[in-house]
Design a protein around this ligand. Sequence first.
Ligand code: AOF
Ligand code: ZN
Length: 342
Amino acid sequence: MTAARAPLSVAGAMDRAVALAANGPAYGPNPRVGCVLLDSAGAVLGEGWHRGAGTAHAEVAAIADARTRGADVRGGTAVVTLEPCAHTGRTGPCVDALTEAGIAAVTYAVADPGDSSSGGAAVLATRGIPAMLTAHAGASALTHRWLTAMRRGRPYVIAKWAATLDGRMAAADGTSVWITGPEARDHAHGIRAEVDAIAVGTGTVLVDDPRLSARPGGEDGPHQPLRVVIGHRDTSGRRVWRDSHAVSVPSHDPRDVLAALWEREVRSLVVEGGPTVLSAFLREGLVDEVHAYIAPVLLGAGPSVVDDLGIGTMADALRGQHVNLQPLGADTLIVAHLSRGI
Ligand code: AOF
Ligand code: ZN
């Protein structure tokens, strides 16, 4: 027998919906969404979250959960982290599922920015179901990358590098392995496992022959990002091409890269180097987030992480905001947002 849970306020249910949403995958074309269905006394009737593109949306999952519990959701309130969708995509409109289930009111935390999917709250209102937007910091944080991508019409871009204290990515002789330690490298693999694609230039492929796989904890994870090689040089036979989950974009214009990836439903991208590719994205203002893994190492010579960005004076410097520091073994990860986008 399960113990009866204490009734939830709508705010408490939203906290719960955010926690449920976090169970979904961070990668993929769809956002992470969670939903809790409450009766008028605040008892939980059903809960659900979105498990990725092609699967049930959170609202439909919560209605199905209520059904398996034998709960009657008619007259209930749906508390959902994203505005219910009004479109038929891979699945049907959630506004219809909620209406047919007899839900009487909806509270959501983030408006849907999609061209076809948005407008759900207005549709519900015309059906006599009030749908109220109540912002929630956790829901915004969970959807930040996806929302930025949707609003910009291009993948969310993370520029990642590992460097010495003096900003160098390799020694004068070109050796670059093991600048940072195992904790930093493992963390970077965790980030790879959360995104849709990883890009490097042909130079990096030719010099380092990277696998570009996501190996959190040292093992290939269940989700592998698309491997992207930017540039014109021939890299055939290298490890990136070991299977078909890789693509070449023969251009030096980052906009071409982002357009090609958007077509493939890539919504998040990590750009890992080398300096030419990183600099091109930075110069064009196409980096949303920088992940700099800094090792307590000095080289004094060797290539810098980025080349000339066309910045001649301090007033034009690119400045990070919302900076976060994370110690990783002997190294430090600095995360800085270059644009908020939303
Ligand atoms: C919701 N609840 O759980 C999700 C929503 O291709 P589809 O049918 O999966 O639709 C994807 C779009 O629907 C997605 O881009 C977003 O606008 C919305 N996702 N909506 O009400 C959910 N995942
Ligand atoms: Zn939906």
